[in-house]
Write a protein that binds this ligand. Structure first.
Ligand code: HEM
Length: 227
């Protein structure tokens, strides 16, 4: 991979990256306004956590939007790719900050608990443990998608295989939603946050379904053009 190609992405993509960076800073600032006496780690945990969830949802809206308003939907849309990259960046910052905030170096206890016999571990099945393990699977998908989000892998994996792997984004959205809702319950988050999260999820699901039916109808028309 040519490293200079990473910088040579055109001013439009630079502009998108700058806007997404500003959105991330605004997210952290809003977290600061929400809890003015909390520290930077708190702002990064909540600010970047919510920005990541919103960007994952937004990346899933770009495809159906184009499908509903325009005819073609190419394998790779730069905007979708750049939003996905920032979902990856903010998601990773959230994970590092959340681990720094909640553990004193013993990361294992976020996900596992020691067996009664003292040898080995079991999965931590408390609500926080379930939420952390779901978050962990989401993070693995997020990092894989982040690594694949460049021209090198787009060419190497060919369009179809690349697109297949990008579909893990749907699973990622579901896992991020469950992780967020579980922590909202645990943290007694205000009903505004919870309602906003559910409305967002229902809207996303509805638009995805509409996109799915439109693309199925169009494909059926192409197969039998006389109908
Ligand atoms: C190993 C992976 C992860 C771990 C260990 C983790 C850990 C945490 C923790 C500990 C909290 C609550 C902080 C507190 O109440 O003190 C939290 C909240 C949150 N996480 Fe994660 N997280 C992970 C992955 C993710 C991912 C991938 C996303 C989004 C894409 C995400 C989004 C959120 C959001 C939005 C909240 C705030 C929920 C609320 O309002 O209480 N997390 N996470």
């Amino acid at each position: 991979m040519n490293p200079t190609a990473l910088l040579n992405i055109g001013w439009q993509r630079w502009r998108t990256h700058s806007i997404l960076a500003v959105i991330t800073v605004i997210g952290c600032y809003l977290a600061h306004l929400y809890a003015p006496y909390a520290d930077l780690i708190y702002d990064l945990t909540y600010g970047c956590g919510y920005v990541a969830v919103i960007l994952i949802a937004y990346s899933l809206l770009i495809g159906p939007y184009r499908l509903l308003w325009r005819k073609k939907n190419p394998v790779n849309i730069n905007l979708r790719r750049d939003v996905g990259i920032w979902a990856g960046i903010t998601g990773c910052i959230h994970v590092i900050a959340a681990i720094a905030m909640t553990t004193r170096g013993n990361i294992v206890y976020l996900f596992l608990r020691p067996k009664a016999e003292g040898i080995g571990y079991n999965l931590l099945l408390s609500p926080a443990g379930v939420s952390n393990n779901i978050g962990l699977v989401a993070t693995i998908i997020l990092v894989i998608l982040l690594v694949l989000s460049n021209d090198y892998f787009l060419i190497k994996l060919k369009g179809k295989r690349w697109k297949f792997l990008q579909r893990f984004n749907y699973g990622l959205a579901v896992l991020a939603f469950i992780h967020t809702v579980l922590y909202q319950q645990l943290d007694n988050r205000s009903s505004t946050f919870v309602t906003f999260t559910y409305i967002f999820a229902i809207a996303l699901l509805s638009i995805q379904l509409a996109g799915f039916f439109v693309s199925r109808t169009r494909r059926a028309k192409i197969r039998s053009p006389l109908q």
